[in-house]
Write a protein that binds this ligand. Structure first.
Ligand SMILES: Nc1ncnc2c1ncn2[C@@H]1O[C@H](COP(=O)(O)OP(=O)(O)OP(=O)(O)O)[C@@H](O)[C@H]1O
Ligand SMILES: [Mg+2]
Length: 283
């Protein structure tokens, strides 16, 4: 079942001098198994929007249905909602607090009141999935890990709840290129192996261009564009919203002007297409 959001509005501190409308008439449908990117200038409402999806921000105006859970119902089962929608916040490593990595990853499944055996097997599975060695780091304090490891431990904590929908708010922010690649590979793996729906907020247009199927562009609290990735960057002047064009999209646009049409979106794909177009062998 998809996620359906209709006419969503949200105001922080309503009816006070500090009232701030953060969302204005947001409409979005996300289908099962989709990998959708959310982009937009700072303060455009991206985080406010995604925090509605797992009930972290309570719905006040509009309609939201997540799978079979209707957030407009009088009694919403938030425990069920939070195990359905896993949320990875920006800099999630700051939320690690248990004495050991294992205990931290076990926190979510424990809240779900799963039997101990199931919790243990989920912790092992999640650590393996994010590429952390349980024997090596399981009993360590989360504070003794490197930045990238800590980020992966935090993501493991969310994955251990086996969410069908994974929402990530700038999951690669502040990581080095290698760390970024690892997180993106992990997301591709989760999607392939668990058929999860993934919603990713990012300020990195190259990362968005290379990884997601579809992009929603937030402008002043509303979704101004919602299109397949390639179409968006070829048709919409995203610079007008303070966003940068992905490097590969710029190259393709320029080549297209001189009659060379290139397929693919990753650096490797685009460059081997260019070599082919020049009459060379595939690289
Ligand atoms: N707790 C809050 N109280 C009051 N206003 C807030 C609060 N959180 C966010 N806002 C305001 O709501 C608007 C949308 O904020 P939001 O955090 O959703 O933006 P964003 O698109 O995620 O930005 P960024 O890219 O910087 O993370 C901004 O104007 C912000 O200042
Ligand atoms: Mg944000």
């Amino acid at each position: 079942m998809p996620i359906v959001v209709k006419n969503l509005n949200y105001t922080y501190n309503p009816k006070t001098p500090f009232a701030k409308q953060a969302l204005a008439d947001v409409n979005l449908t996300v289908n099962d198994g989709e990998f959708i990117g959310i982009i937009g200038h700072t303060g455009s409402g991206k985080s406010t929007f995604v925090q509605h999806l797992n009930g972290l921000i309570k719905l006040t105006d509009g309609e939201i249905i997540v799978n079979d859970i209707n957030l407009n119902d009088k009694k919403v089962d938030y425990l069920k909602l939070r195990s359905l929608v896993g949320m990875v916040f920006q800099y999630p490593e700051y939320q690690l607090f248990a004495d050991t990595v294992k205990a931290d990853v076990a926190f979510g499944p424990k809240n779900m009141k799963l039997p101990a055996e199931e919790i243990n097997s989920r912790v092992s599975e999640a650590l393996k999935l994010v590429g952390l060695n349980e024997e090596e780091i399981g009993e360590k304090s989360p504070f003794d890990l490197s930045g990238g490891e800590r980020r992966r431990a935090a993501i493991a904590g969310v994955l251990a709840m086996k969410p069908k929908i994974l929402v990530l708010d700038e999951p690669t922010a502040g990581l080095d290129p290698m760390g970024k690649r690892e997180i993106l590979q992990l997301m591709a793996k989760i999607r392939a192996e668990q058929n999860a729906t993934i919603i990713m907020i990012s300020h990195d247009m190259n990362e968005i261009y290379e990884n997601v199927d579809r992009v929603a562009v937030f402008v002043n609290g509303t979704i101004k564009h919602d299109m397949p990735t390639e179409e968006l960057f070829q048709k919409v002047k995203i610079e007008e919203y303070g966003l940068e064009m992905p490097a590969m999209a710029v190259i393709k646009k320029k080549l297209s002007k001189i009659g060379v049409d290139i397929n693919g979106r990753t650096v490797t794909e685009v460059f081997s297409e260019i070599v082919k177009a020049k009459g060379g062998k595939n690289v």
